[in-house]
Design a protein around this ligand. Structure first.
Ligand code: SAH
Length: 262
Protein backbone atom coordinates (compact mmCIF):
# COMPACT_ATOMS: atom_id res chain seq x y z
CA UNK A 1 0.00 0.00 0.00
CA UNK A 2 1.31 3.45 -0.90
CA UNK A 3 2.58 5.57 2.04
CA UNK A 4 2.43 9.38 2.10
CA UNK A 5 3.77 11.81 4.67
CA UNK A 6 1.22 14.61 5.10
CA UNK A 7 1.32 17.76 7.23
CA UNK A 8 0.32 17.21 10.89
CA UNK A 9 -2.52 19.72 10.32
CA UNK A 10 -3.94 17.80 7.33
CA UNK A 11 -3.49 14.53 9.21
CA UNK A 12 -5.90 15.62 11.96
CA UNK A 13 -8.77 16.40 9.57
CA UNK A 14 -11.56 14.19 8.26
CA UNK A 15 -11.33 13.76 5.31
CA UNK A 16 -7.60 14.27 4.87
CA UNK A 17 -7.23 16.69 1.94
CA UNK A 18 -3.98 16.79 -0.07
CA UNK A 19 -3.15 19.51 -2.58
CA UNK A 20 -0.19 20.63 -4.71
CA UNK A 21 2.59 18.24 -5.81
CA UNK A 22 1.30 15.42 -3.61
CA UNK A 23 -2.19 15.60 -5.15
CA UNK A 24 -0.54 15.71 -8.59
CA UNK A 25 1.60 12.65 -7.74
CA UNK A 26 -1.49 10.69 -6.63
CA UNK A 27 -3.65 11.81 -9.53
CA UNK A 28 -1.27 11.91 -12.49
CA UNK A 29 1.80 9.85 -11.54
CA UNK A 30 0.40 7.03 -9.44
CA UNK A 31 -3.04 7.40 -11.10
CA UNK A 32 -4.74 6.15 -7.93
CA UNK A 33 -8.43 5.34 -8.37
CA UNK A 34 -11.38 6.09 -6.08
CA UNK A 35 -11.75 3.31 -3.54
CA UNK A 36 -8.01 2.65 -3.35
CA UNK A 37 -6.39 2.80 0.07
CA UNK A 38 -3.13 4.38 1.28
CA UNK A 39 -1.27 4.80 4.56
CA UNK A 40 -1.03 8.46 5.58
CA UNK A 41 1.65 9.50 8.12
CA UNK A 42 2.10 12.72 10.08
CA UNK A 43 5.88 12.39 10.28
CA UNK A 44 5.79 12.12 14.08
CA UNK A 45 5.10 8.42 14.43
CA UNK A 46 1.32 8.37 13.80
CA UNK A 47 -0.32 6.72 10.78
CA UNK A 48 -3.83 6.18 9.46
CA UNK A 49 -5.46 4.26 6.65
CA UNK A 50 -7.13 6.46 4.07
CA UNK A 51 -9.76 5.49 1.50
CA UNK A 52 -9.55 7.67 -1.63
CA UNK A 53 -13.01 9.24 -1.90
CA UNK A 54 -12.47 12.23 -4.20
CA UNK A 55 -10.01 13.32 -6.91
CA UNK A 56 -10.42 16.81 -8.39
CA UNK A 57 -8.14 19.09 -10.44
CA UNK A 58 -6.97 20.79 -7.24
CA UNK A 59 -6.99 18.17 -4.50
CA UNK A 60 -7.49 14.53 -3.44
CA UNK A 61 -9.43 13.44 -0.36
CA UNK A 62 -9.01 10.39 1.86
CA UNK A 63 -11.66 9.15 4.27
CA UNK A 64 -9.72 8.07 7.37
CA UNK A 65 -10.79 4.79 8.96
CA UNK A 66 -8.30 4.21 11.78
CA UNK A 67 -5.23 5.81 13.34
CA UNK A 68 -2.34 4.03 15.03
CA UNK A 69 1.17 4.63 16.30
CA UNK A 70 3.75 3.27 13.88
CA UNK A 71 6.62 1.16 15.15
CA UNK A 72 9.82 0.48 13.23
CA UNK A 73 11.68 3.63 14.17
CA UNK A 74 15.11 3.12 15.76
CA UNK A 75 15.35 4.08 19.43
CA UNK A 76 18.91 5.18 18.68
CA UNK A 77 18.76 8.75 17.37
CA UNK A 78 21.60 9.36 14.92
CA UNK A 79 22.26 12.90 13.64
CA UNK A 80 24.58 12.87 10.63
CA UNK A 81 26.56 16.12 10.32
CA UNK A 82 27.65 15.65 6.72
CA UNK A 83 29.97 18.06 4.91
CA UNK A 84 28.21 19.26 1.77
CA UNK A 85 29.30 17.37 -1.33
CA UNK A 86 29.46 18.10 -5.05
CA UNK A 87 26.71 17.21 -7.49
CA UNK A 88 24.20 14.59 -6.47
CA UNK A 89 26.38 13.03 -3.75
CA UNK A 90 24.81 14.91 -0.83
CA UNK A 91 21.33 13.87 -2.00
CA UNK A 92 22.57 10.29 -2.18
CA UNK A 93 23.67 10.47 1.50
CA UNK A 94 20.22 11.80 2.48
CA UNK A 95 18.47 8.98 0.61
CA UNK A 96 20.66 6.13 1.91
CA UNK A 97 20.88 7.56 5.43
CA UNK A 98 17.05 7.77 5.57
CA UNK A 99 16.70 4.15 4.39
CA UNK A 100 19.20 2.94 7.01
CA UNK A 101 17.50 4.85 9.87
CA UNK A 102 19.26 8.20 10.41
CA UNK A 103 16.98 10.58 12.38
CA UNK A 104 18.42 13.96 11.34
CA UNK A 105 20.90 15.43 8.86
CA UNK A 106 22.86 18.65 9.10
CA UNK A 107 24.69 20.06 6.05
CA UNK A 108 28.11 21.18 7.27
CA UNK A 109 30.51 23.60 5.54
CA UNK A 110 34.17 22.61 6.13
CA UNK A 111 37.50 24.22 5.25
CA UNK A 112 37.90 22.13 2.11
CA UNK A 113 34.36 22.63 0.87
CA UNK A 114 34.13 24.50 -2.40
CA UNK A 115 30.93 26.32 -1.44
CA UNK A 116 30.69 30.06 -2.02
CA UNK A 117 28.06 30.74 0.62
CA UNK A 118 25.32 29.37 2.85
CA UNK A 119 22.77 30.72 0.40
CA UNK A 120 23.97 28.19 -2.16
CA UNK A 121 23.44 25.39 0.37
CA UNK A 122 20.03 26.54 1.60
CA UNK A 123 18.88 26.88 -2.03
CA UNK A 124 18.98 23.08 -2.24
CA UNK A 125 16.79 22.59 0.85
CA UNK A 126 13.52 21.99 -1.02
CA UNK A 127 15.04 19.33 -3.26
CA UNK A 128 16.87 17.70 -0.34
CA UNK A 129 13.70 17.60 1.78
CA UNK A 130 11.86 15.94 -1.11
CA UNK A 131 14.61 13.28 -1.36
CA UNK A 132 14.26 12.59 2.38
CA UNK A 133 10.46 12.40 2.17
CA UNK A 134 10.50 10.01 -0.81
CA UNK A 135 13.13 7.80 0.85
CA UNK A 136 11.16 7.78 4.12
CA UNK A 137 7.94 6.80 2.28
CA UNK A 138 9.74 4.10 0.27
CA UNK A 139 11.59 2.61 3.27
CA UNK A 140 8.56 2.61 5.60
CA UNK A 141 9.87 5.15 8.12
CA UNK A 142 7.35 6.36 10.74
CA UNK A 143 9.20 9.60 11.45
CA UNK A 144 10.33 12.01 8.78
CA UNK A 145 14.09 12.58 9.29
CA UNK A 146 14.86 16.27 9.91
CA UNK A 147 17.07 18.39 7.67
CA UNK A 148 18.64 20.85 10.11
CA UNK A 149 19.87 24.31 9.05
CA UNK A 150 23.38 24.26 7.51
CA UNK A 151 26.23 25.28 9.81
CA UNK A 152 29.92 26.06 9.47
CA UNK A 153 32.17 23.38 10.96
CA UNK A 154 33.42 25.81 13.62
CA UNK A 155 29.84 26.31 14.84
CA UNK A 156 28.75 22.67 14.48
CA UNK A 157 31.53 21.31 16.73
CA UNK A 158 30.53 23.53 19.65
CA UNK A 159 28.47 21.80 22.36
CA UNK A 160 24.75 22.51 22.12
CA UNK A 161 25.09 23.59 18.48
CA UNK A 162 22.14 21.36 17.50
CA UNK A 163 18.53 21.60 18.66
CA UNK A 164 17.57 18.81 21.00
CA UNK A 165 16.22 18.11 24.42
CA UNK A 166 18.59 20.12 26.60
CA UNK A 167 17.83 17.99 29.64
CA UNK A 168 18.67 14.74 27.86
CA UNK A 169 22.14 13.29 28.35
CA UNK A 170 24.76 14.85 26.07
CA UNK A 171 24.97 12.93 22.81
CA UNK A 172 27.97 10.78 21.94
CA UNK A 173 29.81 12.86 19.35
CA UNK A 174 32.04 11.05 16.83
CA UNK A 175 34.17 12.49 14.02
CA UNK A 176 35.04 9.98 11.30
CA UNK A 177 38.74 10.48 10.48
CA UNK A 178 40.85 8.41 8.15
CA UNK A 179 43.91 9.61 10.09
CA UNK A 180 42.79 7.93 13.31
CA UNK A 181 44.87 4.83 14.09
CA UNK A 182 43.55 3.69 17.48
CA UNK A 183 39.91 4.42 18.28
CA UNK A 184 37.41 2.15 16.51
CA UNK A 185 33.64 2.62 16.16
CA UNK A 186 32.69 -0.38 18.28
CA UNK A 187 35.19 0.82 20.92
CA UNK A 188 33.43 4.18 21.01
CA UNK A 189 30.00 2.49 21.24
CA UNK A 190 31.02 0.15 24.07
CA UNK A 191 29.82 2.57 26.73
CA UNK A 192 26.51 3.33 25.00
CA UNK A 193 23.29 2.46 26.81
CA UNK A 194 21.23 1.52 23.76
CA UNK A 195 18.24 0.13 25.65
CA UNK A 196 17.01 3.54 26.74
CA UNK A 197 17.82 5.02 23.34
CA UNK A 198 21.17 6.67 22.67
CA UNK A 199 21.73 10.00 20.90
CA UNK A 200 24.76 9.91 18.63
CA UNK A 201 26.18 12.60 16.35
CA UNK A 202 28.44 11.52 13.48
CA UNK A 203 30.58 14.12 11.67
CA UNK A 204 31.79 13.31 8.14
CA UNK A 205 34.18 15.43 6.09
CA UNK A 206 34.05 16.61 2.45
CA UNK A 207 35.74 15.03 -0.57
CA UNK A 208 39.03 16.57 0.54
CA UNK A 209 38.70 15.31 4.09
CA UNK A 210 38.98 17.26 7.37
CA UNK A 211 42.03 19.46 7.95
CA UNK A 212 44.36 18.79 10.89
CA UNK A 213 43.10 22.05 12.44
CA UNK A 214 39.46 20.87 12.18
CA UNK A 215 40.38 17.57 13.86
CA UNK A 216 42.18 19.45 16.64
CA UNK A 217 39.23 21.83 17.15
CA UNK A 218 36.74 18.94 17.29
CA UNK A 219 38.87 17.11 19.87
CA UNK A 220 39.10 20.29 21.96
CA UNK A 221 35.30 20.09 22.34
CA UNK A 222 35.47 16.44 23.44
CA UNK A 223 34.45 15.02 20.08
CA UNK A 224 36.05 11.59 19.61
CA UNK A 225 37.86 10.79 16.36
CA UNK A 226 37.34 7.25 15.17
CA UNK A 227 38.53 5.12 12.27
CA UNK A 228 36.40 2.97 9.95
CA UNK A 229 39.47 0.89 9.03
CA UNK A 230 42.47 1.18 6.70
CA UNK A 231 40.51 1.70 3.48
CA UNK A 232 39.63 5.29 2.52
CA UNK A 233 35.86 5.51 2.01
CA UNK A 234 34.38 8.18 -0.21
CA UNK A 235 32.80 11.08 1.63
CA UNK A 236 29.32 9.84 0.65
CA UNK A 237 30.03 6.28 1.80
CA UNK A 238 31.48 6.87 5.28
CA UNK A 239 28.45 8.34 7.09
CA UNK A 240 26.00 5.77 5.74
CA UNK A 241 28.33 2.90 6.70
CA UNK A 242 28.84 4.35 10.20
CA UNK A 243 25.07 4.76 10.70
CA UNK A 244 24.45 1.15 9.65
CA UNK A 245 27.16 -0.18 11.99
CA UNK A 246 25.82 1.88 14.92
CA UNK A 247 22.22 0.72 14.38
CA UNK A 248 23.40 -2.86 14.03
CA UNK A 249 25.40 -2.63 17.27
CA UNK A 250 22.27 -1.20 18.90
CA UNK A 251 20.22 -4.21 17.77
CA UNK A 252 18.05 -2.04 15.52
CA UNK A 253 18.50 -4.00 12.31
CA UNK A 254 15.73 -6.55 12.97
CA UNK A 255 15.69 -10.16 14.02
CA UNK A 256 14.44 -11.57 17.30
CA UNK A 257 17.66 -12.63 18.97
CA UNK A 258 18.60 -9.73 21.27
CA UNK A 259 22.17 -8.51 20.87
CA UNK A 260 24.26 -10.10 23.61
CA UNK A 261 24.92 -6.84 25.46
CA UNK A 262 21.23 -5.90 25.91
N1 SAH B 1 38.99 11.73 -1.27
C1 SAH B 1 37.91 10.73 -1.11
C2 SAH B 1 37.71 10.41 0.37
C3 SAH B 1 37.80 11.61 1.28
S1 SAH B 1 37.59 11.12 2.91
C4 SAH B 1 36.61 11.27 -1.73
O1 SAH B 1 36.71 11.90 -2.78
O2 SAH B 1 35.51 11.09 -1.19
C5 SAH B 1 36.01 11.81 3.18
C6 SAH B 1 35.53 11.64 4.61
O3 SAH B 1 35.10 10.30 4.81
C7 SAH B 1 36.58 11.88 5.66
O4 SAH B 1 36.61 13.28 6.01
C8 SAH B 1 36.10 11.05 6.82
O5 SAH B 1 35.08 11.78 7.52
C9 SAH B 1 35.47 9.86 6.13
N2 SAH B 1 36.33 8.67 5.99
C10 SAH B 1 36.74 8.11 4.84
N3 SAH B 1 37.46 6.99 5.08
C11 SAH B 1 37.51 6.85 6.44
C12 SAH B 1 38.12 5.89 7.33
N4 SAH B 1 38.81 4.84 6.85
N5 SAH B 1 37.99 6.07 8.67
C13 SAH B 1 37.29 7.13 9.16
N6 SAH B 1 36.69 8.07 8.37
C14 SAH B 1 36.79 7.93 7.02
Amino acid sequence: MQRFFVSPEAFERQPVILTGPQAHQIRRVLRMRLGERAVLLNGRGWACEGLLIAVTETDVRFQVSQRWQESGEPRTQITLLQAVLKGERFGWVLQKGTEVGVSAFMPMICERNVVDDMEAVEDKRERWERIIQEAAEQSGRAFLPQLLPAQLFQQAVQPGSLPGKAAAAAPLRLLLWEGEQEASLNGALAGCNFTSGARIQVLVGPEGGFTEEEVRLARSYGIRTITLGPRILRADTAGVVAAAIILHEAGEMGGTELPNEL
